[in-house]
Write a protein that binds this ligand. Sequence first.
Ligand SMILES: [Zn+2]
Ligand SMILES: [Zn+2]
Length: 328
Amino acid sequence: MQALYYVGPEQLELRDSEEAPLMPGESRVRIQATGICGSDLHAYHGHDPRRQPPLILGHEAAGEVVEGAMTGKRVTMNPLIVCGHCDYCLEGRQNLCSNRTMVGMTRPGTFAETLTIPDHCLIELPESLPAVAAALTEPAATALHGVNRLERALFRPLSEARVLVIGGGAVGLLVGLILRHKGVRNLRLADTNPLRRRTVERAGLAAFDPHEKVPEPDSFEAVFDCVGAAPTRDMAVAAVKPGGAIMHLGLQDNEGKLDTRAITLKEVAFLGAYTYSPSDLRATVKLLDSQCLGNLDWVEVRKLDQGAEAFADLIAGRTPAAKVILEP
Ligand SMILES: [Zn+2]
Ligand SMILES: [Zn+2]
């Protein structure tokens, strides 16, 4: 099979490789659509010690089972492989599983024609949901998990909140679309890239350049930092209203000095969120299938053999797409 290998910092190579043997309890999936994630870009730069070359990256995908118990079924997959018996797994917080491994990290990823994966990671797709949309399940579930977690920390209903979303990449945009679906009317999205702002506006959300216009201080009940860099954390802490909540979803850097004094004095709930539970993924499949997140025309589809160019374009900010999806 053909697969896109990460072979060293900023080097991707399309290689012919052997299909992995099928282990008991696993299925082989023919990948039909697979998204490039920010964490793949991070690894590509050589910045992720957990992802060592040579490795097939990628963990957001949809396809068809070609070997195993669910042969013939269309599926998306949970890239987190969890143990099912630790305390976290038993209480439904599988994203925190103490023994988890991950597709595209500790085992070969989805930038390939086929992939083997444990059966319990597979989620069957409704006929009406196309593979490209289904490949958004993983990032959309990350957004949904963050929105649901923040919602529980708010004093008043989310639909009444004034909300700031920082970052118009896939997760930021999906957070915005989920918030709109949940009835949030007062919603603004900040991004410094004009191409991305245009994409966000085409998706029907209000976008602005935070370099041009700093968000008003103390004025948002809820802030989502979908970038996770020192300046965006500062922006979030300044913009959040006393008594409000910040959801930190981005992982760009760990620099700067978080204003913990402001967090305390404004009584801010500063929350992190990591990935999703299996039930978040299932809820997201339904959300995507119901089309309540819009027409998803901000996705750009390319062929797997153009994967290296796609990475380069994403890093240079040359594409307006919030998500690039590769088709093997
Ligand atoms: Zn991802
Ligand atoms: Zn576990």
